[in-house]
Design a protein around this ligand. Structure first.
Ligand code: ATP
Length: 235
């Protein structure tokens, strides 16, 4: 389980996280919702080791992650599919996927996981040799998720996987997130699409200007009047 306590992060003078507490129990889907600039990406980037914390702690199965280099965090079983897709445009789909496994040496297992990713995303297998930059937005998002899965994570963090995608593609991405979770991967999901995220989440946290202001089950937050008003539009 991932346990964050009193995590503070600043960029220069700007406080992005003001002492947040958050737990991601094994096997669950946990979502973090909040407006633009609330600190959602900062949370994931700090867990990944991309951003330094000012204070607090991030424990992963009892082990402190703060201060550890990125490769150690990946090897400990934590992967992130970043916002904006960030695939390597000039490399093929296959090359992108293989890069996701760059820290692993278990060749036979890597081949197995490649098959696993292709089963989850048959579209990627069809486009094996295509350069990633020429994929559609939805396909690039699938590739970003697939690449993260190639490190065989225990915890998969997804930063806005539905951003900019057509509704049908969003449905596909969400059903794959559920499937990944059903196969035993814990999920920490950041979403602007709060409605869909809360529907699949076991647990949810609301982040507002660097503070966690509410938490509960996905169903509880979906039914909450304040959440409906602030994050769910007319639903
Ligand atoms: P969005 O949904 O718009 O991506 P977010 O909730 O993910 O928002 P963050 O990206 O974590 O929010 O940003 C939190 C705050 O920190 C914002 O005020 C942002 O401008 C600021 N911030 C983020 N990254 C940096 C950076 N590298 N340097 C300076 N300020 C930053």
């Amino acid at each position: 389980m991932l346990k964050i306590q009193q995590l503070r992060v600043s960029y220069g003078g700007i406080q992005a996280l003001r002492g947040i507490d958050l737990e991601v129990p094994d096997g669950k889907i946990v979502t973090l919702i909040g407006a633009n600039g609330a600190g959602k990406s900062t949370t994931l980037r700090t867990i990944s080791g991309l951003v330094k914390a000012e204070s607090g702690s991030i424990q992963w199965n009892g082990e402190e992650l703060l201060g550890k280099p990125i490769d150690k965090i990946i090897s400990a079983g934590i992967a992130m599919s970043p916002e904006g897709r960030r695939v390597f445009a000039d490399l093929t789909v296959l090359e992108n996927l293989k890069l996701g496994a760059y820290l692993r040496k278990d060749k036979a297992e890597i081949e197995k996981d490649l098959k696993w990713v292709y089963e989850l995303f048959p579209r990627l297998e069809e486009r094996n040799w295509q350069s990633a930059g020429t994929l559609s937005g939805g396909e690039q998002q699938m590739l970003a998720v697939g690449r993260a899965l190639m490190s065989r994570p225990k915890l998969m963090m997804l930063d806005e996987p539905s951003l900019g995608l057509a509704p049908l593609v969003v449905q596909d991405i969400f059903s794959i997130i559920r499937e990944i979770n059903r196969q035993g991967v814990t999920v920490l999901l950041i979403e602007q699409n709060a409605n869909m995220a809360l529907k699949i989440a076991d647990l949810a946290y609301v982040l507002e200007t660097g503070n966690i202001t509410m938490s509960g089950t996905g169903a509880e937050l979906l039914a909450n009047e304040k959440i409906k008003e602030a994050y769910l539009g007319k639903h």
